[in-house]
Write a protein that binds this ligand. Structure first.
Ligand SMILES: Cc1cc2nc3c(=O)[nH]c(=O)nc-3n(C[C@H](O)[C@H](O)[C@H](O)COP(=O)(O)O)c2cc1C
Length: 339
């Protein structure tokens, strides 16, 4: 089965095509991981996924989604993450980290909210009105992405994923619904994608060219005048010098909920894979190995991420292999489970 075939990109070798996608756990006091994170990520590594991508980790304090989100804006945040990377490696998986900035969807109590334009996310007062970013704010934020990537390297991560999806800061710049700027960072698609290009170029100054850089995008805004997967293809064609893998998600720029059904984002992954000619990760209500095989076999993605399924069943890769009669090495300590 393709799901259990290895995957190589640059100097990264994954033992299979199954990925744990980033999922905020909102339980990182002082923006540092706890014993919970060790058990949580360790369980999925032990359960057999090829790649664990750790949750959205803020590049600045005002980039946090909540007060209890992980951060990577300071050197003393490196060591606890390095411990986690070592733990994940020891349990047989590769480790990635998603670096991001919440922009106008920052829920940290004491922080100023920054965004391309001073536009509220919603009418219900869920978030405070953001400040439109000055050139100085933009430069400081771009530099913070680069510094966070350098710290991710120091922590030993195999993959850095830039969070360009779900209506967070990078996505706020990309979408005409949240970016009403009239300077060089707004207007045309070229202008709206400038912040993304600056972030990626800066990250690449710290993240070595031998190591893969993933970019997570929202391919569809599900709203009139918003982004579509075809427009996203055009933007991604302009960033292939920096990006190795596109992680294809959708939604989040507005409160509109996407129409959700099994595999609801796989078609976007296929459009981007064929249009941009970069490997992709498909994600979104993929819950069975049959769905994984369909997506990989039909060339709709190169890797498949399972989020909530892995929350329910950390051993999904191993238990599914066993159900399908595929011999995979279980942890030696568990040998007697099958005697
Ligand atoms: C609890 C939870 C937290 C999430 N946090 C993040 C996050 O930090 N970054 C991100 O890009 N997506 C996040 N997501 C979205 C998931 O990565 C994934 O794309 C989504 O759940 C759809 O996949 P699934 O149907 O397999 O769960 C989160 C999802 C859940 C359920």
């Amino acid at each position: 089965m393709k799901a259990y075939e290895s995957f190589r990109i640059k100097d990264l070798e994954l033992k299979n095509r199954l990925v744990m996608p980033p999922m905020c756990m909102y339980c990182a006091p002082r923006s540092r991981p706890t014993d919970f994170h060790r058990a949580h990520y360790g369980a999925r590594a032990l359960g057999g996924v090829g790649l664990v991508i750790m949750e959205a980790t803020a590049v600045l304090p005002e980039g946090r989604i909540s007060d209890n989100c992980l951060g990577l804006w300071s050197d003393d945040q490196v060591t606890p993450l390095a411990d986690l990377v070592g733990h994940i490696h020891a349990l047989g998986a590769r480790a990635g980290i998603q670096i991001g900035h919440a922009g106008r969807k920052c829920g940290a109590a004491e922080e100023t909210l920054y965004a391309p334009s001073a536009l509220d996310y919603s009418d219900d007062g869920r978030y405070r009105t953001p400040k439109a970013m000055t050139q100085g704010d933009i430069d400081r934020t771009v530099a913070a992405f680069a510094a966070a990537a350098g710290r991710a390297l120091a922590a030993g991560f195999d993959v850095v994923e830039v969070h360009g999806a779900h209506g967070y800061l990078v996505n706020q710049f990309l979408s005409p619904l949240s970016n009403h700027r009239t300077d060089g960072y707004g207007g045309t698609m070229e202008g709206r994608s400038r912040f993304l290009r600056e972030v990626l170029a800066a990250v690449r100054t710290e993240w070595p060219k031998e190591k893969p850089l993933f970019l997570r995008v929202s391919a569809e805004d599900y709203a009139d005048g918003g982004m579509t997967s075809e427009q996203m293809v055009a933007i991604l064609r302009g960033v292939t010098d920096w990006v190795d893998v596109v992680h294809v998600s959708s939604g989040g720029v507005t409160p509109v909920l996407p129409p959700v059904f099994p595999g609801y984002q796989a078609a976007f992954s296929e459009t981007i894979r064929r249009g941009v000619k970069l490997p992709t990760v498909a994600v979104g209500l993929i819950t069975t190995m049959e769905m994984v095989e369909e997506i990989l076999g039909n060339g709709r993605a190169d890797l498949v991420a399972l989020g909530r399924e892995l929350l329910r069943n950390p051993f999904f890769p191993l238990t599914e292999a066993r159900r399908l009669g595929i011999e995979l090495p279980w942890p030696e300590q568990y040998r007697r489970a099958f005697l």
